[in-house]
Design a protein around this ligand. Structure first.
Ligand code: RTP
Ligand code: MG
Length: 156
């Protein structure tokens, strides 16, 4: 395995409930940016699902609003494969707050599709370990070394 290949990884991406009508454009942006979408699923979180998914934020002032928002309508979860998938997806998303994103990263997904505050269009894992936890939560999938390292169909 080359060093380049060993950097290849996966992340969990999710289209939040405010962006149902923009699924096509967001998927197009993801593929055009060079990610491989290895799994994709629609779901509608219960309040308890949303609480578990964002458990790290329990007790923060925005937690209840975030949980209610995430359970308010359908979401689309994706496992994305790319070199340095976690930071590359976060870069494509842009800063957490859409208003900040519009100033600092005007072409990012949150700048283009986010409205304000919690309604920021997309989610992305903050570290490889978070990606594993979130992918297991959403799909129940273990990391597949064949997909990560030997998939000749992936031109990324
Ligand atoms: P995410 O986990 O959804 O990808 O977002 P993130 O890493 O950029 O931000 P994080 O700190 O993990 O916050 C999770 C989500 O909570 C909402 N939030 N609202 N009003 C606020 O101050 C505030 N801070 C965070 C956002 O929906 C954020 O994406
Ligand atoms: Mg986060």
């Amino acid at each position: 395995r080359t060093h380049f290949e060993s950097q290849r990884g996966r992340t969990f991406a999710m289209i939040k409930p405010d962006c149902y009508s923009h699924i096509g454009k967001i998927v197009d942006t993801i593929v055009t940016a060079g990610f491989r979408i290895s799994h994709m699923k629609m779901a509608h979180f219960t309040i308890d699902d949303a609480r578990q998914f964002y458990a790290e934020h329990q007790g923060k002032p925005f937690y209840n609003e975030l949980v209610n928002f995430m359970a308010s309508d359908v979401v689309v979860g994706m496992e994305l494969i790319a070199e340095n998938a976690v930071p590359r997806w976060r870069e494509l998303m842009g800063p957490t707050n859409p208003n900040t994103a519009r100033v600092d990263a005007p072409r990012s997904l949150r700048a283009v599709f986010g409205t304000e505050g919690s309604h920021n269009a997309v989610h992305g894992s903050d570290a490889p370990a978070s990606a594993t936890r979130e992918i297991n939560f959403f799909f129940g999938l273990q990391a597949n070394p064949a997909v990560l390292n030997n998939c000749t169909c992936c031109v990324i």
